[in-house]
Ligand binder design. Sequence first.
Ligand SMILES: *[C@@H]1O[C@H](CO)[C@@H](O)[C@H](O)[C@H]1NC(C)=O
Ligand SMILES: *[C@@H]1O[C@H](CO)[C@@H](O)[C@H](O)[C@H]1NC(C)=O
Ligand SMILES: *[C@@H]1O[C@H](CO)[C@@H](O)[C@H](O)[C@H]1NC(C)=O
Ligand SMILES: *[C@@H]1O[C@H](CO)[C@@H](O)[C@H](O)[C@H]1NC(C)=O
Ligand SMILES: *[C@@H]1O[C@H](CO)[C@@H](O)[C@H](O)[C@H]1NC(C)=O
Ligand SMILES: *[C@@H]1O[C@H](CO)[C@@H](O)[C@H](O)[C@H]1NC(C)=O
Ligand SMILES: *[C@@H]1O[C@H](CO)[C@@H](O)[C@H](O)[C@H]1NC(C)=O
Ligand SMILES: [Zn+2]
Length: 767
Amino acid sequence: MCNRNPPWWNRRTRMERSLCAIAVIALVMCIAMTFALAFIGYHYQNQLESRGSANLRPTAEQLVKDSESQPNAIQTTHNNDVCLTPGCVKAAADLIKNINEKVSPCDDFYKFACGGWVDNQVIPDDKTSVSVFSLLQDELNNKLRVLVEMPAEEKEPKFFEKMRNMYKSCMNLADIEKVGNTPILTVLEGLGDWPVLVGGNWDESKFDWLQMLIEFRKLGFSHDILMDLSVTPDFRNNTQHIIDLDQASLGMPDRSYLLRGLNDSAVAGYYKLMVESAVMLGANRSAAEHEMLETLQFETILANYSLPREERRNISLLYNKMNVTQVALLAPKTHWNKYFNNLLSDSVTDKEEIIVNVPNFIRNVDTLIAQTNKRTLANYMLWRVVLQSFATLGKKWRELAQEYNTVITGQAREEPRWEQCMSSLTGSLGIALSSLYVRHNFKGDSKHVALDMVEYIHREFLKILDRVEWMDDQTRQKAKDKAHAITPYIGYPDELLDNEKITELYKHLELSPNDYFKNVQNLRRWSTDYAFNQLRKPNLKGDWRKHARAAVVNAYYNALENSIEFPAGILQGSFFSRDKPNYLNFGGIGFVIGHEITHGFDDRGRQFDKDGNNKNWWDSKTDSNFKERANCIIEQYGNYTVPENSLQINGVNTQGENIADNGGIKEAFRKPLNLKKAYQEWVKDNGAEKPLPGLNYTPQQLFWISAANVWCGKYRPEVLKLRVQVGSHSPAQFRVVGPVSNLPEFAQTFNCKVNSPMNPKHKCSVW
Ligand SMILES: *[C@@H]1O[C@H](CO)[C@@H](O)[C@H](O)[C@H]1NC(C)=O
Ligand SMILES: *[C@@H]1O[C@H](CO)[C@@H](O)[C@H](O)[C@H]1NC(C)=O
Ligand SMILES: *[C@@H]1O[C@H](CO)[C@@H](O)[C@H](O)[C@H]1NC(C)=O
Ligand SMILES: *[C@@H]1O[C@H](CO)[C@@H](O)[C@H](O)[C@H]1NC(C)=O
Ligand SMILES: *[C@@H]1O[C@H](CO)[C@@H](O)[C@H](O)[C@H]1NC(C)=O
Ligand SMILES: *[C@@H]1O[C@H](CO)[C@@H](O)[C@H](O)[C@H]1NC(C)=O
Ligand SMILES: *[C@@H]1O[C@H](CO)[C@@H](O)[C@H](O)[C@H]1NC(C)=O
Ligand SMILES: [Zn+2]
């Protein structure tokens, strides 16, 4: 979902990659998934042996035997006095559908809490997965569709018209079909022809890779295909912006795919996509097969040069500041002055400082380009233009793309057109779209209630900082300072209602109602212009444009701002409702809030200080204590095997999310339920919170069930594999069983025997 990560630590890798964010900002990790990988996670097969109905109430014997778990945790719910408000009845009905009481919560809490949900869901043919997140996003998308398709209101601001034009041009399949291959062929001709199409007629003397890259930038195609150039806040002095030079973005979801070679079905699918598109544009099949193989081999070398995700977690290692002169010493064959001065908006001299994330990559690519024949290089570069154009061309192109998609994600057919068109709005036009959404949908009073919850959970995190025994006092104080400095953004900024401000933002963007191909180019160029224009401007903390994508079901921590964000889209449904008992909200949005706060202190977040600068504030002993604890999490998750495909979780790549899940649920649990005093105060003011009808569980138990329900999901095998291999989030079931088996509070609530699967003796805990 979302991926609004900084370009230097997590690659955006989607066909329409550069359509993505406006201001590419450093939002570390969304709660759900990255944009790149769509909604992906865990496909759970119903493999329940009949176990008989597990009794949730502990027997007297269990209570005696479980010397380590404290009795008293289970409260009776022999309470006739249940909550019968519509909100409670609806919540109860949902929970009853979700759980599977045939499974004991102590054996597998995911199957217990989500088993019913999983059994009842079918993944639609046009989806790769379903999850609690995706269902809510679907609902939201339906609302957006109604709004976007509505006839324009009179005197509607211009930016809504632009947005509607984008949508209309995308929906206008008749026109798209009518123009056929002309738009892409015209582009390729203008760029000196795609060699594979013209055989011996290709004139290599006119080819210059750098000149071609500059043309891409001018036309609105990605310039990041050989190396990635962006403008970001300087992460060691984040009040200013700086140029960032990184490894290339690739055509496949991850370098590891390309490195598997043609025997792998996904790589074979990618190769087929290359060959068939060349043939569709008029190439000889045998020429296409031959030349595209060379193209693929070239890209595989690029992949091999790039740093794997595991090695991109240490921010300091990615911060290599050099001036242009030094970059030229590192990579002498590239004309860097021309490169920077033509791609960027501002002029750059030899003194200009650049962050080079992976110097070896730049050095190697410099040599590779010089050694590769021009034909192969041109074939590769123009292939990437074709790849970016699939979604904007006619039916046979979309079918071809879909065939590849099926191999990569298992999705059986393409999404309805309106959904595709909606996603083309959520990227660069996300602010206009969100503006339309909040004008019609978000109740302002939720903001205040959500803020209240943020405060409770925030305080709980501060208490944890006081309690952890592995920190020295100085580091502890710095951590507390950092926690105090976290800024929350909730719902949406007021500027979304300010027509002038939004008009100003989209001032230079032109979109017509009937030229989708051109519109996408315009949008990409505008979006890059916007980002590059920031170079000489200060980076303002809390700039509303960075917190204005309200129409998404997601949440963020931004390491460069030390801020957390909960867009309007997530403050609803199963996450949050004012009509539901607080114990459910704390399990839902409360868990999410705790998760985002904890990101500030996970393996990457902790490398930034309270102001959001990459700076080491850790005493060396405390630093190694942290690493030891994080390592416990790495090994715990690294030992989980996904039953469907026998793949092991990548403990290193998922550690940040896992640390956030573990801390988040703990912080959310403590407030409403353990702090008797605060809770009783709350009860005094608000009335007692009653249990739910038809569910024989205590409020504590319902808290955990509600928290587990955040992750209920069902996934196609292909996309599950993709997630395990390249994702930063563990599959759904492990996001539940991992944290609960680490928390004694869980075992107490459900009275799980010591050494039962959800209550192992050996537990990991960072925060
Ligand atoms: C296609 O193949 C034919 C026959 O082998 C050859 O004459 C022609 O030049 C080729 N065209 C291209 C564009 O490669
Ligand atoms: C940080 O950036 C500001 C604004 O550009 C500049 O004035 C200041 O000198 C920089 N600080 C350091 C330590 O480079
Ligand atoms: C990647 O590079 C290494 C080191 O140069 C080499 O041994 C390996 O064969 C390469 N892998 C591929 C798939 O090209
Ligand atoms: C690819 O598969 C073929 C046939 O199964 C096998 O002979 C070949 O060694 C494999 N190549 C690689 C690089 O694994
Ligand atoms: C990053 O790597 C450097 C150099 O190896 C090391 O000194 C530093 O401790 C690492 N940082 C973290 C947070 O692990
Ligand atoms: C670039 O940096 C090097 C090393 O700090 C320095 O010696 C050189 O003068 C700088 N070049 C320019 C043009 O500023
Ligand atoms: C599995 O756990 C063992 C011991 O706890 C550890 O040594 C090993 O590295 C773990 N495996 C992975 C893949 O993390
Ligand atoms: Zn996260």
